[in-house]
Structure formats: structure tokens, C-alpha cells
Design a protein around this ligand. Structure first.
Ligand SMILES: Cc1cc2nc3c(=O)[nH]c(=O)nc-3n(C[C@H](O)[C@H](O)[C@H](O)COP(=O)(O)OP(=O)(O)OC[C@H]3O[C@@H](n4cnc5c(N)ncnc54)[C@H](O)[C@@H]3O)c2cc1C
Length: 405
């Protein structure tokens, strides 16, 4: 049994933990970074990284991934809006993305420990935190950073448990890349549910998935919907006019064959994404004396889209800056001043975004308007890029509709 002491213990080497470890280690802080994920097992994720994130941290483009400059958006009724993006976003396999960030942390001098660790609450604020490995090894430090994801045990203990209504559920399948033409990148708003399905082609496979709220989660029905979407996607490779959600009678046999072939190779994945309510964002703390929560552990994901990678990286950056300036508790003020308002606005908008507007789903109207209106299309392009926030989205859409660009 060994016992080691560090300045900071970071639990979780996803984007949040690795990025914080890199930033701190570069400035000479003695950091231990723990992750118990088995080598080669990817975190369940679409792996989409907005152009806003790529502009903020250009080194992300060094990770092996695909840059995407064309996106097909589908309405719940199956209407398509093709967006040519001025600023591409990227899609990564999370194995490649996470190893890129972890290697940067290692090169910067962080001590990487490939172990799952357990944590106990301190009895006294002046005490060191102690993490323990399975074989009884111990690691101590005066500062503990939880970057251990949506199911964070540490966050539950230090900031409180989140209700199930503040968790999104996302699941999907990894399937082979179809042969021939380029595989399109697709986001399709779900018929009858809040949320969307995606098809994100990566370097050697496609990540399909559905993100929806845990409250509305009807696993069997949503799984069937995702299979229809996947089959529709492959069917469209042969016939661009095929519907994404329904088989035409003449395609039924062929579609059944596509499904059987996919079932033989598809690998399933599932996980949760935090989607905090505005009230929780107002009251839940992400920092206290000697501790901080980053990324999903803090609940920092967009409640409308489930996008969390940007917030994982940005929270890591804001915490590291506060710590290095000798004011770690300022992190709380900084995340609120930086992206807190945006997340709060997204939380307030969620219901309306997936609700009705002029007698149809808002997402249906948004795509219909985007198909006929250059101004609206431009705002949607900016939304996908991550450059258009929710704070002024309504005003921007209304203005674009009145003054076409
Ligand atoms: C299906 C799905 C699709 C998604 N698609 C997208 C997308 O396209 N774009 C996007 O921006 N976001 C997406 N997200 C959200 C995104 O995955 C998260 O917001 C992001 O991974 C958060 O990063 P993180 O570093 O906070 O946590 P994580 O990436 O979850 O990393 C946490 C790490 O902590 C480790 N860990 C946990 N407990 C312990 C322990 N006790 N000891 C040691 N290690 C531990 C885990 O092994 C894990 O590696 C998606 C999420 C899901 C579930």
C-alpha cells in the first residue's frame, strides 16, 4: 500500500479533467489525474465539437476526427433543410479525442493514474482529501476536483443529488460507414418526443443516437424510432427521396434486410447527460473550500441539445485560471459570468423549443421557415456553429424574418 501527496487530485480524465490537468501542470502545479475507464472503451457520446470550441482551442483539430461543413436538419415530419456551414464543426471518436487531451496533460507533467478511485467526505475543512484505489493505495491533496461525469459520486456528496427530471438520456449504435458517396451528417428532430436523433459519420464508423429527457423515456418506442431512422438513413443512400422515419411499401423487404445487416454489426451504447433546470443552475454550487466540480459533474451541458464538451473544456479553463491566480473560489463567479446565463436561458427555452408553435412543433416551424428564408437559415447555421446563443435567439429569429439578408 502506498500513499502519495499532490497539490490537486482530479477524478475523471474526460475533456474536463484532462484539460484542467494540462493547464495546471503546465504552470508547475503537482496534479494527479485519475480515470478508471478500461483502455479502448469509449465514453458514450456523439463526439460533435462546435466550431466555437475549435476556434477557442485550435489544438483540438490535431485529434483524429472529421470536419463537417454540411449538415442535414430534418423536421419531425421529415422535411429536410440542408445547411452549408461557413465554419465547420468536428466529429471525433471519443477514444481519439480523450486520448489527445490526456496525452497533452501527461506531456505537461500531470501524473496520470489509470485507476478507479473512491472518495470519502472530509470531517474537517482543513484536512486533506483522500482518494483510495482498490488495492488500498491512497492519494492525498488539499484540493479535490470532480470531473467524473454525469453520474459523479463526488458531486452528489458535495453539491447534492439531481432529480431524474434534470437528466437527459442518450443512447445509440455505432455502425459501419456505408460504401460509396460521402455519408451525410444528420440531425433529425423526433416526431412525438422532445429531443432529436443524429447520424454522425466518423473516420471509420457512424455514430447514431437519440437524446431525449429521462422523464419521457420510453425505451422500447424510442429504440424502434432510432432503428427506423438508421434504416431510413441507409435507404437514402440508394434513394434520396426515401423517408427517414417510415418505410414505403415498396421498400419494406429491402428495409428489413438493411436492419438485419445492421443488427449483426451495431454496437449499442447509452449514458446520461445532465440538463439542469434554471432554478437548480441558480442554486447549485460548483465550488467550495478545497473542491470544485467541472463539466458534466457540475451539470454543465446544454439542456436543449445535450452539448457538453464545450462546457467541460471551458469550465476546466475557468477553474484553472482561478486556481492559478490564488482565488479558486472565484471559479463559481466566473462560470456564472461566462456561460451560466446561456445555460440558464437554454434551460428556460427547452420546453418551448420542443413544444408547439402556431399549431405545430416549434422545430417543424423552424425548419419550414429556414427552408424559405435566408435570414432564418443563417441564424440556424450560427446556432449549429455554437456562435448563436439562446439569450437573444428569439429576437434574432424575429429580426431575420422581418429583414431577410
Ligand atoms: C450519447 C451521448 C451523446 C453525446 N453527444 C455529444 C456531442 O455530440 N457533443 C457534445 O458536446 N456533447 C455530447 N454529449 C455530452 C458529452 O459527452 C459530455 O458533456 C462530456 O463528455 C462531459 O465531459 P466530462 O469531462 O465532464 O465528463 P466525461 O467525459 O463523462 O468524463 C468523466 C470521466 O470520469 C471517469 N470516472 C468516473 N468516475 C470515476 C472514478 N470513481 N474514478 C476514476 N475515474 C472515474 C470516467 O471513466 C470518465 O472517463 C453526449 C453525451 C451522451 C451520453
Amino acid at each position: 500500500m502506498t500513499s502519495e501527496r499532490f497539490d490537486i487530485l482530479i477524478v475523471g480524465a474526460g475533456p474536463a479533467g484532462s484539460f484542467a490537468a494540462e493547464k495546471l501542470a503546465r504552470k508547475g502545479v503537482c496534479v494527479a489525474l485519475f480515470d478508471g475507464r478500461p483502455a479502448g472503451e469509449p465514453k458514450a457520446c456523439g463526439g460533435g465539437v462546435t466550431s466555437k470550441a475549435l476556434k477557442a482551442w485550435p489544438h483540438l483539430l490535431e485529434a483524429v476526427g472529421r470536419t463537417i461543413s454540411d449538415l442535414d436538419l430534418y423536421s419531425p415530419a421529415g422535411k429536410k433543410l440542408h445547411l452549408k456551414l461557413e465554419e465547420p464543426f468536428a466529429i471525433y471518436s471519443r477514444t481519439a479525442f480523450d486520448s489527445h487531451l490526456r496525452e497533452r496533460a501527461r506531456e505537461a507533467g500531470a501524473h496520470i493514474k489509470a485507476f478507479r478511485v473512491s472518495f470519502n467526505q472530509r470531517t474537517n475543512e482543513e484536512d486533506d482529501w483522500v482518494l483510495r484505489g482498490r488495492n488500498g493505495d491512497e492519494w492525498r491533496a488539499p484540493m479535490l476536483v470532480a470531473a467524473d461525469g454525469a453520474g459523479s459520486r463526488i458531486a452528489k456528496e458535495l453539491a447534492g443529488q439531481l432529480p431524474p427530471s434534470e437528466m437527459e438520456v442518450a443512447f445509440g449504435y455505432r455502425t459501419p460507414l456505408p460504401e460509396g458517396k460521402d455519408a451525410p451528417t444528420v440531425v433529425a428532430f423526433l416526431p412525438g418526443y422532445a429531443g432529436y436523433a443524429w447520424a454522425f459519420p466518423r473516420v471509420d464508423h457512424i455514430s447514431f443516437g437519440i437524446a431525449t429527457s429521462q422523464d419521457a423515456f420510453d425505451h422500447q418506442a424510442l429504440d424502434q424510432l432510432l432503428w427506423k431512422f438508421m434504416v431510413g438513413y441507409y435507404r437514402q443512400r440508394e434513394n434520396a427521396k426515401a423517408h427517414l422515419w417510415h418505410s414505403r411499401p415498396q421498400d419494406e423487404e429491402g428495409d428489413a434486410l438493411i436492419r438485419r445487416e445492421l443488427e449483426a454489426t451495431a454496437e449499442r451504447y447509452a449514458a446520461r447527460i445532465p440538463g439542469l433546470a434554471a432554478k437548480t443552475l441558480d442554486t447549485r454550487r460548483a465550488a467550495g473550500k478545497g473542491w470544485a466540480l467541472l463539466g458534466d459533474a457540475a451539470g454543465f451541458a446544454d439542456p436543449v441539445t445535450g452539448e457538453g464538451i464545450y462546457y467541460a473544456l471551458r469550465s476546466a479553463e475557468l477553474f484553472s485560471e482561478s486556481y492559478l491566480e490564488g482565488v479558486p473560489l472565484d471559479y463559481e463567479k466566473r462560470w456564472r459570468g461566462d456561460f451560466g446565463r446561456e445555460l440558464r436561458r437554454a434551460a428556460e427555452m427547452r420546453q418551448r423549443f420542443y413544444g408547439n408553435f402556431w399549431g405545430a412543433p416549434f422545430t417543424e416551424r423552424m425548419i419550414e421557415l429556414g427552408r424559405g428564408h435566408r435570414g432564418i437559415k443563417r441564424v440556424l447555421r450560427e446556432l449549429v456553429a455554437g456562435d448563436q446563443g439562446y439569450v437573444n435567439l428569439k429576437r434574432k429569429l424575429a429580426r431575420s424574418a422581418i429583414w431577410p439578408l
